[in-house]
Every structure is written in C-alpha cells, then in structure tokens.
Design a protein around this ligand. Structure first.
Ligand code: 16G
Ligand code: ZN
Length: 533
C-alpha cells in the first residue's frame, strides 16, 4: 500500500504498549497520559483519513482529559461542523488504536480506506490543540508524526479550550458560505462572543464582578483574554484557581466537576453572600454557578438550572417577538433533577426529551428541535437554532418596537451561543446576559424550583458489560430482573426515581437516585447499589 508507505517507519517511534487495550469511548480515548502516545499518533492517521473521506474538509483533534486528574490525558476527533466524531467511525478508531504491529496497523488503515471509499489523492486537512496537561507536548509530537505520515496539511492552535478548537473547525469549514460561523482565530472567537454579549446587555445596569474558578486549567488565560477584548464594565471578572504552571493543581479540589460532585465551593474560594461564582472544568467545556446565602449555606446552580434559565429567556423572547413557528424545546439526560423536568413541562410548558449521557447524544436530539436547548446536569451544554428557526427569524417583520427588540435579542443570543459544542465561556456570557436583562441575582434565578435531594454512587462490578439499558439509560434490559428490583425499591419512596447505567468512561457502574427527602434518597441509592453489587 503505497499510500501508507511511511506509516511503519513513523509507527516504530510510537510503539503500542502490549498489555493495554484502548477504546474510543463517550468522549474519545481517555486514560493515563503516559500510555497514550501510540494512540494519539494513530488518531493523527485517522484524522487524515477522516478528512479525506470528507473531501478534504478540516477535521479537528483535541488532546485533553477534561475534568479528569492531571496525570490522565485523552484525545478526540472533531467533525467538520465542529461536532463530535460520527459514531460509525468510533469502531475504526478502537480497531486502529489496538493494532499490535505495524503490519496490523497498515492493514487496519487500509480497511478503513476501503470501507469508506477514500480518495487517496485528496490532501487531508487537520487542525489540533491541547490543554495544559504536562503530558500534552509529548502527545502533540506523536500526533504530528501521525499527521505527517499521511502528508496532512496540519495547523496547530496551541493550548486552547476544547470549545475553541470546535469553533475553529466550524469556522474553517463554513468560511465563505452563507453559514459562515466566524473568523477562525483567537481574535475572531473573542470578538464574536464579546460582541454578542455587549449587544444584549447594553443599557442594563453594570453587573458586579463574577468570580470564576478556572480549575487551574486553560480556561484561566482564555477567559482573561475574553474579558480584555470585551473591555467593558459589563464584564468584570475575577479569576481564581488560575495556576496552570504548578504541577498537580489542574482540577485538584476545584473545577466544575468537583463543585457539582461535592456540592461545595472549590479550594481557595470563600463565598461572600450576594456575590456570583462559577466553575469551569479543566478544558472549559462545562460550567456550573453557585452562591452562598446570608446563612453561608452553599447553593448550586447546575446544568439543569442553566438550561431552564436559557429556555425561559428564549421562550419569553419568542413570545415577545410575535413570530409564528418558533418553538423552544429542552433536551436532558436521566441525571436531570426531577424537579427541573417538572418545571420545564408544567411551568414553562415546553417540550422536553431525554437523551443518553454524552454530549453527542444530546446534541443530536437538540438538532431535531426548532430551537433546542441541551444540558447535562454536570454543566455541559448549549443551544441550537435549526435552519428552519433561522429562516423564520430572517423572514419575520416586526410590527412594534418591542417585537423588533425581541427579534434583535434572539439574533444576538444565537451569536452568543457556541452552536458547535457546550462552551463554558459562551455559556457564562449567556447566563450573565440573561441575569443582567432580568436584573436577577443568583438567588432570584434559583427560586424557579428547588432540586430534589439526589445521590450518585459509583459501584465497581466484575463485568460492567452485562449492564445494558434502554429508554435513554433509564431502564435496564440486562442483567435479567434487576430492573424489577430497582422498580420495587423506587415504589417504596415518595417522589422516588433511580436508574443504573454502565459508565462510558470508567470501569464502573453508576447508580443515581432521588427522592422527596435526603434520608429516603440516600436509602434508595444504597439499596439500589446493593442490588447491583
Ligand atoms: C464524558 C462526556 C460527558 C458525560 C460523561 C459521563 C462528552 C464530551 N463528555 O465525559 O458529557 O457526562 O462522559 O461519564 O461527551 P460516564 O459515562 O463515566 O458516567
Ligand atoms: Zn470538559
């Protein structure tokens, strides 16, 4: 195979560890960083093939392990519109990553090329970036070898957030078309989001400073740049946990995942009543908000709260715009707090659906909606305006200044939202804009509904592969009869709900439970975990 002639030589520099098998999971490959060199090299090869299969459109590669410990790392592919890799390619990735020898590797690549009828004459185009992890530079070098082995036209975006890389990919592939997304540069990214934010908040009261826990990750320098570009009293920020230099600090005792899981403020932040706080995760694609009340009690505003805030604002704008044919819907996962779902259905009266865990699943469901808001409870999400919604907005003729204002705000919101993927910086600006427009504090936002007590447990089992689910992971189909046991336990508890699902990122099974009281909730969670074990 002439086209793969250089692969063996490059591959010899990045041998696969014999005793490890790799799997392209929910968010790409993710494991201990020091074991990933061969995998990242091979992802370079796959990115090139993926680009060729898309007639040379630009494919993205992001090296990050998000909220996971600093010693971990990971790699994922980004498809042309900035979305996650098409699922049918995940199997190819796993197969290529596990080829034991150079010959097997070349054979696996040849299989992909044949199955996808790839034209070898197309020059592959790939852009890539990484987060601040210490294993990043070595893995980036391995990636560059993979790209070089197939003669790829490759560009590095350096150290940026995951959503920035998604944004660049979308911009590059839409440049010069009617769907042009923006300038594929750091300046373009900041200008687009800062500009849309300022259009929304202009004339409102200047907000107090927002305190940001940046998880000691790449979000710290990037959000500072964003604030500098906005250069406005409407965006005053104070960055905490912004140390990307000291080894061991990334995600340690801080970040969105820590705050959501532990329901407490991150290290190094003492919450003053009345102030606004938020946390990013290590690659800045997740965000949660929180505050302390006058008794210094901690209150979390998670992905469900963010999604209901955005959905409420969008719904109100749609009504105010007086435009027929716009419909806001919300996508959640089974982890969404039951009271958030009731609030969306019963109070907001908006359609809501459940998707499986993992951004790609929510994203696809939201694409089916006219205006789809999607968030995981952990703070990962965004909103999508369908082509139909955009066409409706474009054709709208406002009859009153109020309608004109609402339509202008819908356009500004669309510009402010990163439609390629959930983005902590973009989501932060959306939340800040909605709060400024409504004149709300975090406590006022929090009043919409009260979370039911919930508990998430991790159960280590012998073989998680026997756990199979349906109904957006809410119902077990295997092992036999376990769902009946869960149902019986749930039925005993007022407002009880529980489900069991195999993790897509760890060798474990997750148990989620909620109920009307903390005691019932915990009892239910532990009883279900006991049945699983
Ligand atoms: C990945 C997903 C995240 C999901 C988590 C669930 C992306 C980019 N990330 O981190 O959205 O919440 O997996 O992990 O899709 P689990 O399957 O181990 O519970
Ligand atoms: Zn992340």
């Amino acid at each position: 195979m002439a086209r793969f002639a250089s692969v063996a030589e490059y591959s010899a520099k990045h041998p696969k560890p014999a005793d490890i098998s790799f799997a392209y999971g929910t968010a790409g490959f993710r494991t201990v960083g020091s074991t990933l060199e061969s995998t990242v090299f091979r992802v370079g090869l796959l990115a090139a093939l993926r680009s060729q299969s898309k007639q040379g459109r630009v494919i993205g590669v992001m090296i990050t392990a998000s909220h996971n410990p600093e010693c971990d790392n990971g790699v994922k592919l980004v498809d042309p519109m900035g979305e996650m890799l098409q699922q049918s390619w995940e199997g190819y990735c796993t197969r290529v990553a596990n080829a034991a020898t150079s010959d097997e590797l070349v054979a696996a690549l040849a299989e992909v090329a044949e199955a996808e009828a790839i034209d070898a004459a197309v020059t592959p185009r790939v852009v890539y970036a990484r987060d601040t992890r210490p294993s990043g530079p070595l893995l980036q070098a391995a990636l560059e070898d993979g790209l070089a082995a197939l003669g790829t036209d490759a560009v590095s975006f350096g150290v940026v957030t995951t959503p920035q890389l998604h944004y660049y990919v979308r911009c590059l592939n839409t440049a010069g078309t009617a769907a042009a997304y923006g300038e594929p540069t750091a300046e373009g990214y900041f200008a687009k989001y800062a500009g849309a934010y300022l259009r929304l908040v202009e004339g409102k009261q200047h907000p107090s400073p927002l305190h940001i826990d940046a998880a000691n990750g790449v979000g710290a320098p990037e959000v500072r740049k964003l604030a500098a570009v906005a250069a406005s009293p409407y965006l005053q920020i104070e960055v905490h946990n912004g140390d990307t230099e000291t080894p061991g600090k990334l995600n340690s005792g801080c970040g969105a995942d820590y705050v959501k899981s532990n329901q407490r403020a991150p290290a190094g932040m003492v919450l003053a009543p009345g102030s606004r706080y938020c946390s990013f995760d290590g690659d800045a694609d997740r965000i949660v908000y929180y505050y302390a009340d006058e008794h210094s009690t901690f209150h979390l505003l998670d992905g469900d709260k963010i999604s209901t805030l955005i959905a409420t604002y969008l719904r109100d704008l749609v009504v105010a715009a007086g435009v027929e044919g716009l419909q806001v819907g919300v996508v959640q996962t089974a982890y969404a707090n039951g009271n958030s779902t009731s609030y969306i259905k019963d109070t907001l009266r908006l359609p809501t659906v459940f998707a499986k865990t993992g951004v790609k699943h929510l994203h696809h469901e939201a694409e089916q909606m006219n205006i789809g808001v999607y968030f995981e409870a952990n703070g990962h999400g965004t909103a999508l305006f369908s082509p139909a919604a955009v066409a409706t907005l474009r054709a709208a003729t406002p009859q009153t200044p109020a309608q004109q204002d609402a339509i202008g705000r819908l356009w500004a919101l669309r510009d402010l939202i990163n439609e390629s993927v959930g983005d902590a910086m973009s989501d932060m600006l959306v939340v800040e804009a909605v709060l400024a427009c409504k004149g709300w504090t975090l406590a006022q936002w929090d009043e919409a509904y009260t979370d039911l007590p919930s508990r998430l447990l991790k159960v280590i089992v012998q073989d998680r592969a026997i756990f199979k689910t349906t109904n957006a992971e809410q119902t077990l189909t295997s092992p036999p009869h376990l769902q009946d046991t869960v149902d019986a336990l749930v039925a005993r508890v007022p407002r009880g709900r529980a489900f069991v699902r195999p993790s897509g990122t760890e060798d474990a099974v997750r148990v989620y439970a909620e109920a009307a009281t903390r005691a019932d909730c915990d009892q239910l969670a532990y009883a279900v975990a006991g049945a699983v074990f």
